[in-house]
Design a protein around this ligand. Structure first.
Ligand SMILES: [Zn+2]
Length: 102
């Protein structure tokens, strides 16, 4: 079984986990982390490859220090955007989007 892989994804994920340890982070919930990932990955140039399921092609070691620093800046910016307007309380009931007041 083949799988389409965005090579940035594991790198962004690892750097995000590091960043989540910082005090600056507004929220560490799963929804906010995935929202940050989406914002960062949408800013990266596409880098897809095909792999066999389970095969890991990219590791954080293959990423240059300069690139990691650039990704970290994107993570910090994305975390600010998500922190200012989090979606963690939005849920859908019967197809209607419900956003309770915080
Ligand atoms: Zn959250």
């Amino acid at each position: 079984m083949y799988k389409l892989i965005n090579q940035w994804e594991p790198i962004v994920y690892e750097l995000l986990q590091e960043y989540m340890k910082s005090d600056e982070v507004e929220c560490r919930c799963e929804r906010c982390q995935v929202d940050i990932m989406a914002l960062v990955l949408n800013k990266m140039p596409p880098r897809y490859t095909v792999s066999l399921r389970g095969e890991i092609l990219t590791s954080i070691e293959s990423c240059s220090a300069a690139k990691k620093a650039q990704i970290l800046i994107e993570i910090i910016n994305a975390a600010k955007v998500v922190g200012a307007s989090p979606s963690h309380n939005i849920y859908i009931a019967d197809g209607i989007i419900i956003k309770p007041e915080l």
